[in-house]
Design a protein around this ligand. Structure first.
Ligand code: FUB
Ligand code: ZN
Length: 651
């Protein structure tokens, strides 16, 4: 008992204890709690190099662009600077997301210069806040009397949500609550003037819900949770919203009435994230049932193999079931991030590995592709097929609607916080990469370990305990759903029990310094086929190795090979069909997969738009070596045709 008390006291006072993506310490229906960003030191490996580029190049250069495009001036003008307002009506959120990225960097390591930049920005932002608490650089002056009247598109709550998230992350990093308090002042304005007997609120673009719930977790003020609940319930009748409005915005009517995934993909992902947070705080079974229903619909009919979501450019929306075009795929980076955020919350709520699988898939593929390897070019769309001409529009340093770049930056900066989890039973290893963990179990007892691996290029992961409590506890190793087989050994001996792919493998014992656990995952390349109703993928296959989805990109192929015209030549033995080659000098260091495929018998250019079937030359021709590279690396060698789903013949 005494030990437990000491443990709890320790936990509460441990430095950086709350530098978490989500603070689930007191959340009653969270099965697995977060581990602080600051508790995990990433070491040289796959993600460390991406994170380094993020800190050294992406974050600084994006700030310059936010500055030169007038996004920060939008605040300064309200404090007297004589400039015009620039950018779409939601630009405030872009600087907030950038600030959240900076705050996550500061959760990992102090950087006085970055802190000073953050503090200066905070002052400039708060100088534009009205005494009522209202703060938005768009709904001012001659637009002021239209405030809250256009909630479907107004983004007032959306911007506030991002302000709160930035403020909370910075408070957790530094103890400075100035920006968060500015956000609270705005929320208090909402609490005063909106509600069932006052004015109705409508998220329009969900985001406020999860931010309010994190604010509740941070401050303990229940009214923030209740406000999130009322927004999730929706006030559509008083607002006289049409069905189409509530479909598109995924808000305005009760979340628990939803039966399918529809509407704007980012809005959906943020709404589902907020609803999962709400479930974890309240335990309301109607939320859980709805979330499960939506997850099934998304993962069985509306998600790309890369984890990307949102197939239609028109409205940036989901399509119908199985409507997953490749070249036209909209798959906004923000939608992939929203998908990760939702699945991360579902994982916390349930401890089920199927959610971690999607966290991993999005992370390595549809999110990772969104930022170039040099950290200065971003994808808004992440399609799965491109002609060379179309590829010229995909990676850009800046977008007028620049929601994705800072979203990608905050994601990468917070990544250490996604590696592990803790529960009453022990420690959860969700993701694999080189790092050192210095944290504690849920009861407060310290635990330190190192993780050593060449993942995702190799399937061996070694854990070594540096410090552990005397009492026994479990280590839960995630066995990815994609793995055909996995083996676990403890101290060099096969562990008891069979690891089930798509689950967590529990190793329970009293651990001591020097104990080791080794996981070996089968990384043999896999050939994937999609549901026959995905029209674009008929007669095509995709290649995956571990969590990494591959593609054929024109750049890097031998002369005479046209990737859009090529065929896979499959024997049914993927291990023999694809030769793995570690290439440290290519695209930041990757495993390429070489495949002896086939060219088309004749070039596409010589084929008519329509011709007689019996005369068609569209059939496999001579053999050709095809080089597959990871999807996330596309378009880092200039414009290039590419495709994930490739036609195939069977030998
Ligand atoms: O509306 C704000 C953001 O801009 C959305 O999340 C993105 O889809 C883009 O429309
Ligand atoms: Zn975006």
């Amino acid at each position: 008992m005494r030990m437990l008390l000491i443990g709890c006291l320790l936990a509460a006072t441990l430095p950086g204890a709350d530098r978490v993506v989500m603070d689930l310490e007191k959340t009653p229906h969270a099965k697995v709690k977060n581990v602080p960003v600051s508790a995990v030191t990433m070491r040289e490996g796959f993600w460390q190099s991406r994170m380094k580029v993020n800190v050294e190049r992406s974050i600084p250069t994006l700030l310059e662009l936010l500055e030169s495009n007038g996004i920060i001036d939008n605040f300064r003008r309200l404090a007297g600077k004589n400039v015009a307002r620039r950018g779409p009506l939601f630009t405030d959120s872009d600087i907030y997301k950038w600030m959240e990225a900076a705050a996550f960097v500061l959760q990992s390591q102090d950087d006085p210069k970055l802190r000073a930049t953050f503090d200066k920005l905070t002052d400039e932002i708060l100088a534009a806040q009205e005494p009522s608490g209202y703060l938005n650089t768009y709904w001012v002056e001659d637009r002021k009397d239209r405030r809250w009247k256009e909630q479907q598109t107004g983004h007032e709550l959306y911007c506030l949500g991002h302000m709160l998230q930035a403020g909370i992350a910075y408070y957790r990093a530094t103890g400075n609550r100035k920006l968060m308090d500015g956000g609270i002042k705005f929320v208090e304005h909402l609490l005063r003037d909106f509600g069932p007997s006052k004015q109705p609120l409508y998220a329009g673009h969900p985001e406020i819900e999860l931010a309010l719930i994190e604010l509740y977790r941070t401050t303990g003020r229940k009214e923030f949770l209740d406000l999130a609940g009322s927004i999730l319930k929706g006030d559509g009748e008083r607002l006289k919203l049409t069905r189409q409005q509530t479909v598109y915005t995924f808000s305005g009517r009760p979340f628990t009435d939803r039966t399918i995934v529809e509407g704007h993909a980012v809005r959906f992902g943020y709404a589902a994230s907020g609803a999962t947070d709400y479930y974890m705080e309240t335990g309301d079974p109607a939320y859980k049932a709805t979330l499960e229903r939506l997850w099934k619909d998304l993962t069985e009919t509306k998600m790309y193999v890369t984890g990307g979501t949102g197939s239609r450019a028109s409205g940036e929306t989901f399509g119908d079931a199985y409507e997953l075009p490749n070249a036209k795929a909209y798959t906004e980076s923000c939608a992939a991030i929203a998908n990760l955020m939702w699945n991360w919350r579902m994982l916390a709520a349930t401890g089920e590995a199927r959610f971690a699988d999607i966290v991993e898939t999005t992370m390595y593929n549809s999110i990772n592709s969104g930022m170039s390897l040099d950290g200065t070019m971003y994808c808004y769309r992440n399609p799965l097929e491109l002609t060379e001409e179309a590829s010229k529009r995909i990676r850009n340093p800046w977008y007028v609607t620049t929601c994705c770049p800072p979203n990608l930056e905050r994601m990468l900066a917070s990544l250490p916080g996604y590696m592990y989890g803790v529960s009453k039973q022990g420690l959860w290893v969700h993701l694999y990469d080189n790092n050192r963990l210095d944290w504690r179990l849920e009861g407060g007892a310290p635990v330190k370990l190192t993780q050593t691996t060449k993942y995702p290029w190799q399937g061996k992961v070694a854990l070594e305990i540096e410090e552990a409590p005397v009492a026994e506890f479990s280590i839960f190793l995630r066995i990815p759903g994609w793995a055909k087989s996995a083996a676990v050994s403890v101290g060099g001996r096969k562990a008891q029990g069979e690891p089930r792919t798509g689950g967590y493998f529990e190793v329970r014992r009293a651990w001591k310094k020097g104990d080791t656990v080794e996981l070996n995952l089968d990384m043999t390349p896999q050939v994937l086929k999609s549901h026959p109703l995905v029209a674009d993928n008929q007669g095509r296959a995709a290649v995956r190795r571990g969590p990494v989805v591959y593609l054929l990109e024109q750049a890097g192929q031998a002369p005479g090979v046209n990737v859009l015209e090529s065929y896979l030549n499959l024997t049914g033995n993927a291990a023999a069909d694809f030769r793995e080659n570690w290439d440290p000098g290519l695209l930041g260091g990757i495993v390429t997969l070489k495949h002896r495929g086939r060219k088309s018998a004749a070039g596409y250019e010589s084929m008519p738009l329509y011709g007689l079937l019996e005369e068609s030359k569209d059939k496999p021709g001579e053999a050709a070596e095809l080089v597959f590279t990871p999807y996330y690396t596309f378009l880092n060698r200039g414009p290039s045709a590419m495709q994930v789903w490739v036609r195939y013949v069977k030998k």
